[in-house]
Design a protein around this ligand. Sequence first.
Ligand SMILES: *Cc1c(COP(=O)(O)O)cnc(C)c1O
Length: 424
Amino acid sequence: MSHSDELFARARSVAPGGVHSPVRGFRGVGGTPRFMRSAQGATITDVDGHSYVDFCLAFGPLILGHTHPAVAAAASAALVDGWSFGTAEPYSLELAEFISSRIPWVESLRFVNSGTEAVMSALRVARAATGRNCILKFEGCYHGHVDSMLLRSGSGLAEAPVPDSAGLASDVIASTLVTPLDDEAALADVFARRGAEIAAVIIEPLPANYGLLPQRDAFLQAVVREARAAGALVIFDEVISGFRIGFQGYAGRCGLRPDLVTYGKIIGGGFPVGAYGGRRDLMELVAPAGPVYQAGTLSANPLAMRAGLAALQQLADGSLYARLDALGQRLERGLRNARGLSLQRCESIFWFCLSDEGAPALPMRTPAAFPADAGNCFSRLYHPLLERGFYLSPSAFEVGFFAASHTEDQVDRLAEAICELRAG
Ligand SMILES: *Cc1c(COP(=O)(O)O)cnc(C)c1O
């Protein structure tokens, strides 16, 4: 029995499923989750002393890798100066100015403690600004665990949603509409019928929480066009793509301008931070400037603000992104001949989809394209990869990430291991 096995048995008696966020529990791949003790650079080490090259990287925040010295120094300074004041302080101002001066459509922003909170608050602002109740979202996009976003398409009416979780309030089910990605006709249809009720359309402009499903520019343009025509706001959820697909995120890449944007993950340098921001007139609706209440005891926590700023300072000149993209190209080359594998990648986000029926057809733009055996094939591959020292997100439908601390050799070795295991 490994130390991880022992800890997992204990953890299950004090926490649901033994974990504090579901995917960590390894249900998607079976077996015992590795209890990690420490990490540095691209390496994470478990309580049994096994080290892994980490391609999960805390599900996205660690674009610099673990324990980056600049982030560590900023966090250490906060430990000296104090880490929670509950007052106005200069650290959140610095971080807000750093972001706002580099991302013109973020005129004003508010820090919160998670991506979920950012989304929840942005939706509230949208409802207040429009006086409307409905939110339109897309099948296959994830926006955190707020009630109104835990819904997917039902089988009947295109946009009549069904809950993805027990315990959702029934009124939020009625006020959320769900439509497919990559489908302009369905989009036009839902706006034609319900447009006047829609406060906002929320989308991951680069959907990266259920596989990686890059959208056509024309589809994203249609989303913005339909929303504007109906008087609805556009919210880009860039919690995962923000500061990763270039400093300006996917909005910077595709040239579209959201009314509101949500951030999380990278923005806190690995500490718990989220943010929502956008048009000043909309953000001025937020308390205490305006009537939309939103608060947080630990919001703009100085330790997290200073760590976040240190992380973003490493990214702002853009040079790191080219190197991360080069790592991605290496993985693409290395996996070109892997059996029954298709790789989708956007810069430093990658996702491979497996099938024993042959390589899945690319590009995949909606979850409907996933082969039925993708999950099984991934589970079979997952534990042998762990044994060879590679830690991937423990689910077939979670993406992987490159960090500044990865070496070319580590990427080549991952590709070789996958090719070998798929061949055998
Ligand atoms: C991770 C994520 C969230 C939720 O953020 P949390 O910090 O986990 O609450 C929301 N939206 C997107 C696009 C995400 O990737």
